[in-house]
Design a protein around this ligand. Sequence first.
Ligand code: HEM
Length: 512
Amino acid sequence: MAPSSKPPLMRQDSGAPIVDNQNSETAGQDGPVVLEDFALIEKLAHFDRERIPERVVHARGVGAHGYFIANGDFAGLSKAALFKSGKKTPVFVRFSTVMNYRGSPEAARDPRGFATKFYTEEGNWDLVGINLPVFFIRDAIKFPDFVHALKPDPVTNMQDMNNQFDFFSNAPESTHMLTYIYSDKYGMPINYRHMDGQGVHAFRVINDKGETHFVKFHWVSQQGVKGMDLKATHAADTNYATADLYKSIGEGNFPKWDLYVQVLTPKEAAALPYDAFDDTKEWLGVPEKKIGTMVLNKMPDNYFQETEQAAFAPGVMVPGIEPSPDKMLQGRLFSYADTQRYRLGVNYQDLPINRPLVKVQNDHQDGVMSIRPRKGHVNWQPTSRYDDPGAVVDETNPGMGIIRAEAPQNNRNNKSRYAVSGVVLKQAVHPTDNFTQTGEIYRSFSPFEQSEVVHNLASDMKMVKSHETKVRFTSYIYRSDKTYGENLAKALGLKIEEVKQAADHIPQTQVQ
Ligand code: HEM
């Protein structure tokens, strides 16, 4: 069918018309292509540069737009404007697998990324979580090692269970997370709609009165949580989760999640029998309350510009939400913005998908792809030249020649003030207690789920050549729950006496 109106004329990036996009310009009928075919060279050169570095982790993903509506029940705990009752905030969410490449199959036994960018009236807030309540390790210094062991091997370019379980058998804090990962319900979601999201870390929140609480965020899927068994996993299409999201949102079947929080006062957090800021621990038994609902209702118009160029960072926060001392979160505060400066360039926050709703004014200058409009001469502070169109002020330098010694105490946007004491040191999180919650989670599973976890773990661990690695890892599982350990030992054909002996030799520092 002929189009009702004529499509636009093709133009070069410079704006000049392209007369012929089908034939290169040559020196005569049989001659070489001429260098002066500028449009051809521009086309090839642009194509040659289409790829940017993929995310170092979470490379495979899919994004969607939507909104979050607050019910007001968090407004008394956090002064962030987005939590006011009835407030509707636009969001962009990116779901992902973690360890494999940008085009890798989505049926991977992996946590699923669940990253949400809230475009609030006070700037962006990124809640960069996963579908599970805990993480494998508890200190950012171990993250590159953990990722190296789980990513494709540097020699073969294939993921290798020998590498993975070598790491895990030397990282006993990972047993809790692995028990979730090896369950079908949590480790192999049936799609991205049927999974929860978790902030994992504790966050510090501060209200209008300056009171502080620690909270954990939890997206509860209104679709429910469902996983696939090994048979369905092997049959799954490479793009099954992406396809599901496009189909569902395309049909107007918009997925929804309720946002819940667990809340502790600093005193209550300090009284927990484990470190409240250890991300390998859940705040088991602490009640949750609902604070709002998110709806995803639009897929991106362009995958690269939106999903690929989206940059989420745990350090992107608004007044009222702050980091807790969690050692993983503290490392993440640095790592994300750092990798995004490399992956997308220093001006990545000016890309439309990352740009906040509020106008950004500061003295940041130049850099690759500088596109934020800026005028005037003054790109420094403090200044007396307030009539310059480039002049900006902050609250210590409010203009008119007034320079304060420090920020005003009563500023709504002030961060919380809290006391710290101690000596600077490198020391493991304590109490460590690597196994209590692993056992508790295993025992909370149904008998069927328990047998699945053991079956799935054993089918991966059977690929491990080192007997010592298998025994050591199984000893951690045995230490978490005797039946869990005995069943895994049996599935792997290990002598239980050997596992028990290894369990007896686990240092007390790992147990308490
Ligand atoms: C210290 C530990 C960690 C470090 C250093 C780290 C580092 C990174 C890096 C460098 C990226 C790529 C970001 C990009 O290129 O835009 C990333 C992505 C991501 N990480 Fe982490 N990560 C850590 C732990 C975690 C934890 C504990 C969670 C979950 C609570 C998590 C969730 C995610 C998610 C969801 C993404 C994908 C974001 C997106 O969709 O663009 N990470 N991480």
